[in-house]
Design a protein around this ligand. Structure first.
Ligand code: URA
Length: 275
């Protein structure tokens, strides 16, 4: 059960997902009429009573019935549309504009920002995370919350600085509601933008931060096995690493993260890539 009540629906600060959750909850418990502040004596208003729903416009009912919200036509090839939009972008600014103009990701309705990137375009190291959280959504930049602060410390430990040495993005540019996991269809429609992003940023090496990034870029899951093992994708060497948010929850895993950072440092300093 939600902790929102009916009065919440009128609140101006309610975000889209909360408003939808409150509305769905009311629909599920059978609310079909808007109740006014003062009672209506319907015997006095026989001509103004709403007509019963005709068979042509059936009232939807039942616990599972969906709200009559507009859904995109099932046949729309959103991944193809994304691929065309991304391919047309000739530089990062055009790609950012194309992403912001892409209307088919429902996550954007609940997000404040299109979180595109941070750091230095053209840096040798490109980090690809999962999706913005609350802080990233507010600031419009990836990895600026607690996990981002830990990431900055990790980079500093091997002499890298986000403002000088790395370029950072995420698989999803919009914060999922309540930081839930990205859905496969959301990842699929964003991947053409991610691939183009990587091509235009042209890093020497990709760091896949966490499971969702590995799944999207390498098509593999199981970060505790994948981490620290060089792989290859999109014509780049790829080093999967433990996500800093995971390290905040599992500090004992920092030892492995340190080993992977040293691996990255050695790769950057070596004249021959170890792929
Ligand atoms: N986690 C991510 O994967 N990306 C961010 O930008 C923030 C947290």
């Amino acid at each position: 059960m939600t902790d929102l009540d009916t009065t919440d629906l009128g609140r101006a600060d309610l975000d889209w997902h909360q408003a939808r959750a409150a509305l769905e909850w009311q629909w599920d418990i059978g609310v079909r009429d808007v109740i006014l502040d003062a009672p209506i004596n319907r015997y006095d208003l026989p001509d103004k009573l709403p007509k019963p729903a005709s068979p042509a416009t059936p009232v939807q009912g039942g616990a599972k019935s969906p709200l009559p919200l507009a859904a995109p036509p099932a046949e729309l090839d959103v991944v193809g549309i994304a691929a065309q939009a991304a391919a047309a972008a000739q530089d990062l600014a055009q790609l950012q504009a194309a992403l912001a103009a892409f209307p088919h990701c429902e996550l954007q309705r609940g997000a404040k920002s299109v979180v595109f990137s941070d750091g230095v375009p053209g840096a040798r190291v490109m980090i690809v995370g999962e999706a913005p959280g609350r802080d990233e959504d507010i600031q419009g930049k990836p990895f600026v919350g607690r996990a981002g602060q830990l990431l900055d410390k990790m980079l500093a430990a091997i002499g890298l600085d986000r403002a000088r040495d790395v370029y950072i993005t995420n698989i999803l540019p919009y914060r999922p509601p309540q930081n839930r996991d990205p859905k496969p269809e959301e990842v699929a429609m964003m991947m053409p933008f991610v691939r183009r992003h990587i091509a235009l940023a042209a890093p020497d090496v990709l760091i896949c931060m966490g499971n969702h990034s590995c799944q999207a870029i390498l098509g593999k899951r199981g970060i505790t096995k994948l981490r620290g093992q060089w792989d290859q994708a999109l014509d780049k060497p790829v080093l999967p690493m433990l996500h800093p948010a995971y390290l905040l929850r599992q500090p004992q895993a920092k030892r492995s993260a340190w080993a992977d950072l040293l691996e990255l440092k050695a790769w950057l300093e070596s004249p021959l890539p170890t792929t």
